[in-house]
Design a protein around this ligand. Structure first.
Ligand code: C5P
Ligand code: MG
Length: 156
């Protein structure tokens, strides 16, 4: 049995899309400032998967200063990381994912089901095995989106 944990944050700026767990948050006045797609939830998930096997973090696989990775999709990062973990660890069973996204605005509650489903499909998990909760920073970090992700898995 292994546990993985990952975090990510991005500044929020006007005129960028806001992607959370591979889901576009339509109508958001702000989005992540990033060279990638700025999807903090998928980046934290990818780091969580790597950390479970002490494989470093996504900055090692996708150096942020490498133009090749400009605007790379979070879903592609997760797929690449999964393939790498499987090469090292062999057959992998992911049991569940528990995540927190901290963001003042917009409200993400209405998107929860879609986000959980998207992460579930990336990891081939049945419904009910991905739980995502949302918190505000209570106004302490209005210009920031943050994600924290734990994942429980084992190799057989
Ligand atoms: O941070 P706080 O406890 O005030 O958040 C109250 C509720 O608002 C959360 O439990 C969550 O359901 C919701 N929320 C949300 N989208 C956010 C932040 C919070 O739906 N961006
Ligand atoms: Mg990131």
């Amino acid at each position: 049995m292994r546990i993985g944990y990952g975090e990510d944050s991005h500044r929020l700026v006007a005129g960028r899309p806001l992607l959370v767990g591979g889901v576009a948050i339509e109508g958001s006045p702000v989005g992540s400032e990033a060279h990638s797609d700025g999807d903090v939830l998928l980046h934290a998930l990818a780091d969580a998967l790597l950390s479970a096997f002490a494989l470093g973090d996504i900055g090692r696989i996708f150096p942020p200063d490498d133009p090749k990775h400009r605007d790379i999709a979070g879903q592609e990062i997760v797929r690449t990381v999964l393939a790498r973990v499987r090469r090292v660890a062999g057959r992998l069973t992911v049991h569940n994912v528990a995540a927190v996204v901290t963001l003042d605005e917009p409200k993400l509650g209405p998107k929860r089901e879609g986000i959980e489903r998207r992460i579930g499909s990336l990891l081939a998990l049945e419904p009910g095995r991905v739980g995502v909760t949302f918190k505000t920073s209570e106004g302490a970090a209005p210009g920031l989106i943050q994600a924290r992700v734990t994942v429980l898995l084992n190799t057989d």
